[in-house]
Write a new protein. Structure first.
Length: 539
């Protein structure tokens, strides 16, 4: 079995020749700034303010300490830390050692963490003591008992019987640098079923991603990035995110919670210029901002991970005066985004254009044939920062990548005549209602215009006559909505009859996947069970 799938030699040489890959390694992110402007603030978290010199020194000491534990270049280490400065110190220390962090999310529990440790053959597990009432040391005991390869467990904070990061630190020593083509870390896939696949990102490709996303957003050393999303996610990690900020000498503000109270206080206190949000947080922050006189006009807001209703984008631009940039991307690589100079309608209605000129995209039908311009099809992509295969997944890679290296994303898109891309949904999420294909995102956008709908997810439900019908899971404001009024509302907004929901299910919260996306698979299972145990009549 192949652990890593590399770019073909000829393609790698072209990416180097064209300047995408410049031989950077992520362990050097802090070095120049620590030596020339060491008192500059690098990170602000809930506990302290880290200068570049302090962060650099701690990363060096952790690299030496991990080496004394026996961790070597190429070894995998599962890192499960929240938005704290220690995340950066541990990660950069491992980069300098040439070890490979496997970034787990704070929400993961025993089944996911033990799986990640076993699948990656991890030699160590690094986590925090407690967070939001959960004791990660109890989880660490499960790992010690069940993960077959983990020899070391290290805790940030009160370790109890486990060594802490402070215990591990050792006198800094010279270490051989990894090669730029080496895998720097493993991210988790955003799949909605099963346990996540591992995504190998190299120093070369990720350094390009950080550099190009910062340039695309005019983000420089004077910028202040607010990490409201988990920094173990690709978006908040390197688009440009935490690591991209450190590369530039900028300041990164790490939030323990994305609540409006915490976020608005940090924005005002630290002078935030850029943040990354998902659509539900845009909605939440917009509502909270109505009761706050905070000036957000100097801030750029990246929105991604899910479709943003154009109405919410308009409100963000008009009520806040912020710059909106919509992003479509994946931890596997490809990023497409609206540029800051784009017209408002482009920023509201599309996800813009790919990051790199070398990004190759195809839009194909179910038979793999390219569709006509403007038509909807599945997005296939390859490029200088898109992986060529998942970690230790030969069988899965064989069906997920084409023979010439294109990643089959499963996303349905169309490309407008102006070159901007519109995301229509996921291939497996499209509802086939008696032969008519319905993209859930289109119906969701229209439903979000209703003043009493806070959040919504539209999925297929089984039907013996037409195959699939449409169910809308709704989080309502105030009184529940009745199906007839919803259908009338949608008709008044120009939605075709075959796209109207056949059932409304009220729900207190939408289930999420391990990486924070709406779990449509779970919603489909919920409605299928409800139909099998009840009459199946619409609400």
């Amino acid at each position: 079995m192949s652990e890593y799938v590399r770019w073909p030699d000829a393609l790698a040489a072209r990416y180097r020749q064209d300047g995408y890959w410049r031989g950077e390694v992520l362990g050097t992110l802090l070095t120049d700034w620590a030596l020339t402007d060491g008192d500059r603030i690098a990170i602000v978290d809930r506990h302290r303010r880290w200068t570049y010199a302090e962060l650099h020194r701690t990363a060096d000491r952790l690299a030496a300490g991990f080496r004394r534990l026996g961790i070597r270049a190429g070894d995998r280490v599962v890192v499960q830390l929240p938005n704290v400065g220690a995340f950066a110190a541990v990660s950069i220390g491992l980069f300098r050692l040439g070890a490979v962090p496997v970034f787990a999310l704070p929400m993961h529990r025993r089944s996911e963490i033990v799986y990640l440790c076993d699948h990656a053959d991890a030699v160590a597990y690094v986590t925090i003591d407690t967070l939001l009432g959960f004791d990660y040391r109890a989880l660490a005991r499960d790992v010690r008992r069940e993960a077959r390869t983990v020899a070391h467990i290290v805790i940030a904070g009160d370790g109890q019987e486990f060594p802490t990061l402070s215990d591990v630190e050792a006198e800094a020593e010279p270490l051989p640098a990894p090669r730029p083509s080496d895998v720097a870390f493993l991210l988790l896939s955003g799949g909605t079923t099963g346990l996540p696949k591992l995504i190998p990102r190299t120093h070369d490709d990720y350094a390009y991603q950080m550099r190009a996303t910062a340039e695309g957003l005019s983000f420089d050393r004077n910028g202040v990035y607010l990490a409201a999303l988990p920094v173990a996610h690709n978006a908040a990690l390197g688009c440009p995110g935490l690591l991209g900020s450190l590369r530039l000498g900028a300041k990164a503000v790490l939030l323990a919670s994305p609540s409006p109270d915490d976020a608005f206080a940090a924005i005002e206190r630290e002078g935030v210029t850029l943040t990354t949000l998902i659509p539900p947080l845009v909605q939440l922050w917009l509502e909270a901002a109505e009761f706050n006189d905070l000036d957000l006009s100097g801030m750029t807001v990246q929105v991604g991970a899910a479709r943003l209703a154009p109405e919410l984008g308009a409100r963000l631009q008009e009520e806040w005066g912020s710059l909106l940039t919509q992003w479509f991307g994946m931890a596997e690589g490809l990023l497409s985004f609206t540029r800051l100079a784009d017209a408002e309608d482009i920023a509201r209605e599309t996800v813009g254009r790919p990051l790199a000129q070398a990004d190759e995209i195809r839009v194909v039908d179910e038979h793999g044939n390219d569709v006509a311009p403007g038509r909807t099809g599945e997005l296939l992509t390859r490029g200088p920062y898109t992986i060529r295969g998942y970690y230790k997944a030969d069988d899965y890679n064989a069906v997920t990548f084409t023979s010439d290296g294109f990643l089959r994303t499963g996303d349905l898109v169309s490309v407008r005549p102006d070159g901007n891309m519109v995301v229509e949904g996921r291939r497996k999420d499209v509802i086939n209602r008696g032969g008519e294909k319905v993209a859930p995102g289109e119906v969701e956008d229209a439903l979000l215009l209703h003043p009493r709908i806070r959040e919504v997810a539209v999925v297929a439900m089984p039907d013996p006559l037409v195959g699939e019908k449409i169910c809308a899971f709704v989080i309502a404001r105030g009184q529940p909505l009745e199906l007839p009024e919803v259908r009338t509302f949608l008709r008044e907004h120009g939605v075709a009859d075959f796209k109207l929901p056949d059932r409304i299910e009220h729900i207190s919260a939408l289930p999420k996947t391990n990486v924070g996306k709406v779990d449509r698979g779970q919603l489909r299972e919920l409605i299928a069970r409800a139909l099998s145990s009840a009459s199946g009549s619409a609400v």
